[in-house]
Design a protein. Structure first.
Lengths: 425, 167
C-alpha cells in the first residue's frame, strides 16, 4: 500500500497535477487497490483535516495584512524605519530590514512582504544611488523575516497539525527573527562600508516625532495583536479577527483607502490564497491517515534511531533534508507533507515540539529566497525587472547569515524557548 | 464540429454562472465567520457571557469558504503544482498532458462527489453538540466544490482537445 501511495503521488505530481489533487488521487489508488476501506473515508478526512478553530487565523491574518497594504501603510512604515536607522552606513538598506521587521509583525507571509514593501523600497534605494541588484537582494532577504516573526501562517499550520500552542510558537519565533534581522544588518553594514553606499543625515527630533505620528496607527496593530495573545486576552484566532477589525476601521474610516464595495473582493482573494493552503492540508489528511495505518511515521522513527539516537545528529540531518526539499518545492507544501512524518520521530527523541516547529519553519523560509523555486525571488524579479538568474547569484551572500542563525537556533534551543517559557504559563 | 462548439459555449456560460455563485458564497461565508468571531470576543468581554455557538459556527463557515474557494482557485489555476519537468516538454505534448490531467481530475472529483454525498446521507441525523443542527452541514460544500471543479475541468479539457493536434 505504501508503495502505491507514494509512487502514485510522485508520478502525478511530476505530471504537474496540482499537489493537492495528486495527494488525493494517490489516496484513492491506495484505498482502491490495496485495502477494503470505503472511499467515504476520503471526504470524511478531508473535512476533518481543516475543521480546526486554529486554521481560521490564516485567512484573518492574511486579510489584516492585505488591508494594511491597500492604504499606503507600507509607505508610512518605510519612512518610519528610515528616520530611525537611515544615518548608519548603508542607511536605506538597513531601513529595509527594519521595515521588514515591522511589516512582519502585521503579516504572516514572505510574499506579502516583498509585494507590499518591494516597490517603494526599490525606488527609494535607486534614487539614493544603491545598485538595483543589491537592493533587490536586501528586500528578498528581509522578506524571509515575515513568517518567522509572528504572526506566521506556517507556524499556524504546524501548530494545528501537531496540536501545539500557536501562542508559544509565535512567541518562540521572536528571538530567531530578530537575530536574523540583526545578522542581515551586520552584513549590510560591511558591504555598504566597502562599496561606499550612501547614508542619510541623522534625523532631527522633530522628524522622529512626525514619522512616529504618521506610523502610529499601523504600528499599534501588532501591539494589540501580540500583546493580546501573550497576555492571554485573545486566542490567536481572535487576535487575528481583532486585527482585521482594526485594519478595517483604519482603512475604511480614517485613511479612507478602501470602500465598502471593495470588501467582497478582498474577502474572496484572501480565501483563494487560504484555500490553496487548506486544500493541500485537506488532501494530506487522507494521505497521512493511510501512512499512519501503515505505521510509516513509526517506521521512519525506528529506521532513523537504528542509526543514531543522538538528537543533535538527527536534527542536523532533518535540517539538510528540509533545506533540500525547501529549495525544490514550495515551503508550505514541504511543511504540510513532512510534519506528519517527522513529528513522531522528534517526539520520540525528546526534542521540544515548539523548538522543532520554529526551526523547521525557519529552515523552510530560507527556501523562499533560494533557487530554483524561491517564490520571493520571482516576485522581486517581476517587480524590479532584474533577471531571476542574476538575483539568484546576488542573493548568495545573504544566505550565509540565514544558515548561521539556523544552525544557532537548532543547537541552542533556549533561543527559541526562552520567551515562551518566560511569558506563557 | 458544430455541436462541439455549442457545447463549449454553453459550458462557458454555465461556468461563468458557477464562478459568480462561488464568489458570492465564499465572500458571504468568509465575512460571516469574521463577524461571528468578533461577536464571540465582544460577548466574552463586554456582556460577560461567552457565546458557545460562535466557535462551532465559525468553524462551519470556514470549512464552507475553504472548499468553495478551492474550486475558485482551481478555475484560476492558483493551486500549487510542480512544473520543473513538464515545462520542458514541447507545447503539443503539454496540451496532450493537459487533457490527461483534466480526465484524472474529473475522475477524482466524481469519486469525491459520490463519496461525500454518501457521507452526507449517513450523517444526516447525527447532530452537532452545540448548534443542534445536522453534522452533514460540514460536508455539504465538498460535493458542491467537486461539481464545480468537474464543470471547470470539462471546459478546460474541451478547449485543450480543440487546440491539440494528434501526436
Amino acid at each position: 500500500m505504501l508503495l502505491i501511495l507514494l509512487l502514485t503521488f510522485l508520478l502525478l505530481a511530476i505530471l504537474r497535477l496540482p499537489i493537492a489533487l495528486a495527494l488525493g488521487l494517490a489516496a484513492v489508488a491506495a484505498i482502491g487497490f490495496t485495502s477494503d476501506l470505503p472511499f467515504t473515508a476520503i471526504p470524511h478526512k478531508m473535512v476533518n483535516g481543516i475543521d480546526s478553530y486554529v486554521f481560521l487565523a490564516i485567512p484573518l491574518f492574511l486579510m489584516a495584512g492585505r488591508l494594511m497594504n491597500a492604504g499606503g501603510i507600507t509607505d508610512r512604515i518605510f519612512s518610519f524605519a528610515r528616520v530611525i536607522i537611515g544615518h548608519i552606513s548603508g542607511g536605506l538598506a538597513h531601513a529595509n530590514v527594519i521595515a521588514g521587521i515591522i511589516f512582519s509583525w502585521m503579516s504572516g507571509s514572505a510574499v506579502a512582504a516583498v509585494g507590499g514593501l518591494g516597490e517603494i523600497e526599490l525606488k527609494a534605494m535607486k534614487e539614493n544611488g544603491f545598485d538595483q541588484e543589491f537592493s533587490a537582494s536586501v528586500i528578498v532577504a528581509s522578506s524571509v523575516l515575515g513568517p518567522i516573526i509572528p504572526p506566521s501562517i506556517p507556524l499556524i499550520v504546524y501548530a494545528a497539525m501537531t496540536e501545539n500552542s500557536v501562542g508559544k510558537l509565535f512567541i518562540g519565533g521572536i528571538i530567531p527573527g530578530l537575530l536574523l534581522a540583526l545578522s542581515l544588518m551586520v552584513l549590510i553594514y560591511f558591504i555598504s562600508k566597502r562599496r561606499y553606499y550612501p547614508k542619510d543625515k541623522r534625523a532631527t527630533f522633530k522628524q522622529l516625532i512626525t514619522a512616529f505620528k504618521d506610523g502610529f496607527l499601523p504600528l499599534m496593530m501588532p501591539v494589540i495583536m501580540l500583546g493580546g495573545i501573550a497576555v492571554g486576552i485573545f486566542t490567536p484566532t481572535e487576535a487575528a479577527a481583532v486585527a482585521v477589525l482594526y485594519a478595517l476601521i483604519i482603512s475604511l474610516f480614517i485613511y479612507r483607502t478602501i470602500n465598502l464595495s471593495d470588501i467582497p473582493g478582498i474577502l474572496v482573494e484572501t480565501m483563494i490564497t487560504t484555500a490553496v493552503v487548506t486544500f493541500i492540508i485537506s488532501m494530506t489528511t487522507p494521505f497521512s491517515f493511510l501512512l499512519t495505518i501503515e505505521d510509516a511515521g513509526e517506521d521512519v522513527a525506528v529506521f532513523v534511531t537504528a542509526f543514531t539516537e543522538n538528537k543533535w545528529v538527527v536534527l542536523f540531518m532533518i535540517n539538510l533534508l528540509l533545506l533540500f526539499f525547501g529549495a525544490l518545492m514550495e515551503a508550505g507544501v514541504v511543511l504540510i507533507l513532512f510534519t506528519p512524518i517527522l513529528y513522531p520521530l522528534i517526539v520520540s527523541l525528546g526534542i521540544d515540539p515548539i523548538h522543532f516547529g520554529v526551526v523547521m519553519v525557519f529552515n523552510l523560509m530560507i527556501g523562499v529566497a533560494t533557487p530554483p523555486v524561491g517564490v520571493c525571488l520571482f516576485v522581486m524579479s517581476h517587480i524590479s525587472g532584474i533577471r531571476v538568474e542574476t538575483l539568484m547569484e546576488k542573493i548568495i551572500p545573504f544566505l550565509v547569515p540565514m544558515l548561521l542563525i539556523l544552525l544557532l537556533i537548532t543547537y541552542l534551543p533556549e533561543l527559541v524557548l526562552l520567551l515562551p517559557n518566560l511569558w506563557m504559563e | 464540429m458544430h455541436i462541439f462548439f455549442t457545447i463549449v459555449i454553453k459550458l462557458k456560460f454555465l461556468n461563468i454562472l458557477i464562478e459568480k455563485m462561488l464568489y458570492w458564497l465564499t465572500a458571504l461565508s468568509a465575512g460571516l465567520f469574521f463577524v461571528v468571531i468578533i461577536l464571540g470576543v465582544l460577548a466574552r468581554y463586554v456582556t460577560q457571557s461567552p457565546l458557545l455557538w460562535s466557535i462551532e459556527i465559525a468553524r462551519l463557515l470556514f470549512v464552507w469558504s475553504c472548499f468553495l474557494a478551492a474550486a475558485l482557485a482551481y478555475r484560476k489555476k492558483a493551486h500549487i503544482a510542480i512544473g520543473l519537468l513538464v515545462d520542458k516538454f514541447s507545447p503539443n505534448w503539454q496540451m496532450q498532458l493537459e487533457v490527461i490531467r483534466q480526465v484524472m481530475v474529473i475522475f477524482f472529483m466524481l469519486l469525491i462527489f459520490y463519496a461525500s454525498s454518501e457521507t452526507i446521507f449517513r450523517l444526516w441525523f447525527s447532530k452537532l453538540p452545540v448548534l443542534g443542527i445536522s453534522q452533514a452541514w460540514f460536508y455539504i460544500p465538498v460535493p458542491l466544490s467537486a461539481l464545480s471543479i468537474i464543470s471547470f475541468s470539462f471546459e478546460a479539457m474541451l478547449r485543450s482537445t480543440s487546440t491539440a493536434k494528434p501526436a
